[in-house]
Each structure stands twice: as C-alpha cells, then as structure tokens.
Design a binder for this molecule. Structure first.
Ligand code: NAD
Ligand code: TYD
Length: 361
C-alpha cells in the first residue's frame, strides 16, 4: 500500500486534496497528515475521514527537524505532497518573517528529511519515491492587463510580495535539490483556488461571508486586478495526475482559463447569492451592490495573473473541468450547509485579524 505524507492537510487545499484522494483510492493508499494547526489549519475540515484506519494525523511544525525526521523513520513514505505554508499575501505584508520561516526553512526541512530517508548509499534514490512541492503562480510576478500574455513554466520568477518571494525561494530550493542530488521531485504552480473549506480571509469566502452578514465588501484599489480562479477539486486532481503521470524533475503550471477582475467576482457572488437564497429569507433584502466598499489598495498589489496550462494538458491530459458559474454555486451551497464551520473559524484569531485589517468596516 502506498503511503503519502501530506503537509498542511488541515488547510484549505490540503483538506480538499485528502478528500479527493480517499474518494479516488479509498483503502488502496495510506495518508499521514502533518500539520501545525496554525490559525489556518482546522481539523473540522477532516471530520468525516478522521476515523479511517488508513489515515493518521500528526500535529507537528514542518520547521521541527526532529519531529519530521521521526515521521520518516517510523514510516515508509512513498509520496510527499507538500502544501504546508503561510499563504495570505496581506498577512505577509504585516509579518514577513513567519513566511520565511515556514515557507523557506520548513521546505528545507521537508526536503532534507525526505532526502535522508530515500537516499541509497550510492547517492541514488529508492525507486518510486516522489516529492511534490505545491506552489503558486504568484512567483512569476504581475502581467500587463490588456495583454494576451500568460505565465508559462519558462517565465522568469519576479515575485513582489513577501508571500510570493518566500514561495519563489522554496521553489528554488526544490529545484536545487533536483539539480544537485537528482532528488525525485516535481513543482506545480497553480492559480487562485476557491471552494469548500477556504478560510474567509481570501477574497471569495470573505465576500460570501460578509454579504450574508450584511457587512461591507472591501474592494482593494479600483477592483480591476485580475486573478485566474480554479475550483479546488480540479487542483487536487491535477496534483495527483502530475505525481502519477508527470515527468519527474518537471514543473507544471495549473490554471483555470478563468480570468476575472475582482469586481466581476463580487458581482457574480452577489447575483448567485440572490438566486440561491430562498424566498422570504431576510438576507435577500440586503445582499446587493450597496455593500461594495472601495478601500485602500494593497501595497505592491499585483495587477494580473493568468496561467497557460498548455504543458499539463499536452503531457498529462489535465484540463480545468468546473465552470466558474458551477464552482461558485457549489461553493456557496457548501457555505450555506456549513454555517457552523464559518462561525467557528471566524470566532477566534481571525476575528482579531479582521478588526486589525479592516478596522471594523
Ligand atoms: P491554507 O493557509 O489554507 O493552509 C495552510 C496549512 O498549512 C494550514 O493547515 C496550516 O495549519 C499549515 N501550516 C502552516 N504553517 C505550518 C507549519 N510551520 N508546519 C506545519 N503546518 C503548517 O493554505 P492553502 O490555501 O490550502 O494553500 C496550500 C498550499 O497551496 C500552499 O503551499 C500555497 O502556497 C499553495 N497555493 C495556494 C493557492 C490558493 O489559492 N489558496 C494557489 C496556489 C498555490
Ligand atoms: P486573495 O484572495 O488574498 O488572493 P491573492 O492575493 O493571493 O491573489 O485576493 C484575491 C484578489 O482580491 C487580490 O487582487 C486582492 C483582492 N482582495 C480584495 O479586493 N479585497 C479583499 O478583502 C481581499 C481579501 C482581497
């Protein structure tokens, strides 16, 4: 039975990935989820699978070399899928050092421990072992807005935020392991994800949550920054396909073919909420454009991201499957059905962060 070590599996994409993998492979795989449970990690995301015999959760910090080495010593790990990271650009602008710590040093620890566990005396690696580093399109910087330019795997790195700089650094470390040691790895660089279990500091869940509560919808700058949105399950599928069918040592860009301005996203969410709220629901009266509030722009705000997922399509046959209108309906339905989840995640640290960030607007 193949054993996966998933880092950051209690976060947004990691938990969706674990659900996807058990849905696909059921009892044919074993997953060990290592997560420090920061403000963004939530075991409630995995409630339905926590009692599976082929699933283990270990609370550990990826920067803790001893704890990670012990997991490799105690288990014959076949696959590492490395999600754990600090992920929010606005937080990185306020507290960059924690991003360097987790994203750069934590990745170095993961690489080093995997290398130590998998390396043979002659410097080659045990057959079949693979490490997948999950990264972002933000490492490529910002594209001009009226252009048909896209990010390709060959696009030079040009990160602007402390978050993207730390992810770029971690990508470079992975590349250095592949180049220096022939370490068996892949890197994926994906565009913005949305879907169930996303923490409501990111645009889409924040807008859904605020709209339903009648709170202001904060739009940074002119609202015309463009992101390429991908439904999270499509990302989970791509990661699995890259690890199983991709060429080792390669980087694959993953994107949604779904570029939208932030303000368009907000309009779509408001329209969809209006359609989906039942007749007579009091929220129907206030869920509308009157909530939109333009606020000060993010510092160093990248203008446009857009991925050309040509390589992954040509080599592996992966394509985004979920149309944005369908994905956003599924996401909103999930938030309707999981109001308690939202109440729990917004009741503690996040509430404090929100007050600091938006001054109670
Ligand atoms: P998230 O913030 O929702 O979750 C991150 C998880 O990592 C949390 O469970 C947290 O507890 C854990 N974690 C943080 N620091 C840790 C540490 N030191 N040790 C162990 N665990 C730690 O993030 P996400 O949105 O699910 O992103 C997952 C990965 O995908 C990240 O590497 C991110 O850079 C990448 N990515 C995200 C997006 C996106 O749109 N969200 C897009 C492309 C790539
Ligand atoms: P975000 O979800 O933070 O993802 P990223 O910055 O990693 O792309 O933000 C997506 C876009 O939405 C980005 O251009 C910033 C913008 N934004 C707002 O306009 N208001 C908000 O409250 C947030 C959180 C983001």
């Amino acid at each position: 039975m193949r054993t996966y070590l998933v880092t950051g599996g209690a976060g947004f994409i990691g938990s969706n990935y674990i659900h996807y993998m058990f849905g696909k492979y059921d009892n044919a795989i074993r997953i060990i989820n290592v997560d420090a449970l920061t403000y963004a990690g939530n075991l409630a995301n995995l409630k339905d699978i926590e009692n599976r015999e082929n699933y283990t959760f270990i609370r550990a910090d990826i920067c803790d070399r001893e704890a990670i080495a012990k997991i490799f010593r105690g288990n014959d790990i076949d696959r590492v899928v490395h999600f754990a990271a600090e992920t929010h650009v606005d937080r990185s602008i306020r507290t960059p050092e924690v991003f360097v710590q987790t994203n750069v040093l934590g990745t170095a620890v993961m690489l080093n421990c995997a290398k130590a566990a998998w390396e043979l005396p002659d410097g080659s690696f045990k057959p079949g072992k693979k490490f997948l580093h999950v990264s972002t399109d933000e490492v490529y910087g910002s594209l001009p807005e009226d252009d048909n330019a896209f990010f390709y795997e060959t696009t030079p790195y040009d990160p602007h935020s402390p978050y993207s700089a730390s992810k770029a650094s971690s990508d470079m470390l992975v590349r250095s392991y592949m180049d220096t040691y022939h370490f068996p790895a892949n890197i994926t660089n994906c565009s913005n994800n949305y879907g169930p279990y996303q923490f409501p500091e990111k645009l889409i869940p924040l807008i859904i949550n605020n709209a339903l509560q009648g709170r202001k919808l904060p739009v940074y700058g002119d609202g015309k920054n463009v992101r390429d949105w991908l439904y999270v399950e499509d990302h989970a599928k791509a990661i699995d396909m890259v690890q199983e069918q991709g060429r080792l040592f390669e980087t694959y860009n993953i994107g949604g073919h779904n570029e939208k301005q932030n303000i368009e996203i907000i309009h779509i969410i408001l329209e969809t909420l209006q359609e989906m709220l039942p007749e007579g629901d009091p929220r129907k009266a206030y869920v509308n454009e009157g909530l939109i509030t333009y606020v000060e722009d993010r510092k160093g705000h990248d203008r446009r991201y857009a991925i050309a997922p040509d390589k992954i399509k040509a080599e592996i046959g992966w394509e985004p499957e979920t149309r944005f209108r369908d994905g956003i309906r599924k996401t909103i339905r999930w938030f309707f059905e999981n109001e308690e989840w939202m109440e729990n995640v917004t009741s503690g640290d996040y509430q404090k962060y929100y007050e600091e960030m938006y001054g109670g607007r």
